[in-house]
Design a protein. Sequence first.
Length: 400
Amino acid sequence: MRSVDEHLQEILGRVKTLPPLDLALLEAQGTVLAEPVSAPVPLPPFDNSAMDGYAVVAADIAAAAEGSPVTLPVVGDIVAGDSGVAAIRPGLTARIMTGAPLPAGADAVIPVEWTDGGAANVRVFRAAPPGNYIRRAGEDVRAGEVVAPAGTRLTAPQLGMVAAVGRPRVTVRPKPRVVVVSTGDELREPGSALSPGQIWESNSFMLIAAVVEAGGVGFRHATVEDEPGDVLEMLHDQLVRADAIITTGGVSMGTRDVVKEALTGTVGFHKVRMRPGKPQGFGLLEGTPVFTLPGNPVSAYVSFQVFVRPALLAMQGLPPEPLPTVSAVLAEDVTSPTGLRHYLRGKLSFSGGSYSVAPAEVQGSHQLASLSSANALIELAEDTEAVQAGSTVNVLRLPS
């Protein structure tokens, strides 16, 4: 058997970063920048008003108070996008809207709420210091500043930032396209009737969602029956749309392990020192990574998080990091088979400044209910046989 780290190292040594694409902004949502994006001009590019109000010279209203307002003539209106703004002299004011450029000569903005809202003349009831409610040019972003470095995933705020510096397109690492297929004569589509010995197929739905959570695009292929020739033909057909392929089932020691039979010589099949998920396979089919995962649902899911997720991150040009890990106090005693890295489903909680974790009551690799109610995996090292309640353990946080 090989270790978890050895198997992961082989995978990461063979997957390749996807070549960059030039995409329009909305097409780039969720992808990873392959280039830094910088601001060609400062943001905001000019001094502007932070409020609807009046642009004034602060010295003119220094004596303003509720009982003795200062009255100023209003010489015009300035709206957002106004390109004809000139200046105001001391003793005058101009109405100004939020985002409108500050006229030369003005050094403060008075909110409408501090005035009587006059149109020809306005009474100001409060004084204000220079700079009041003014957004200065460059106070958000300086000209030349990098606003999104290479390796940034373009979520909503990042897309807004890139658009704000005037970029209509970006060069990105695309989302990996991942085909997921489950094998087995016993599998039936959800919604169909079951005959004795049959079950509804669930792995592909679970793994498609996991692919999306890892930044990829998932394509589900209909279940393939246990015929090696059919499996191999299907996999070759999928290469046209796949940056990676995931299969579940058919990789253990049974007489009908169809994936193993179909891909022997292309994929290396190994026993990995872990529970759940001991039978694993990985290889390249015409250059495309193929991950053959166990058929039991918990084994398939844990295998995805340990091996496939880091590979998908690497394909996007990101560090192939494991799931976020925290230290937590164990709520109950647990045991672990010696020689295997054990991933126990658990409930992680935070209280009083520290984490605690309770293991699920059942840990069978076929028991999906305990996985669906878990939010973490308790990771126990290969040399661990038992851990007492109150001990500190490493916990992998599952995607929300």
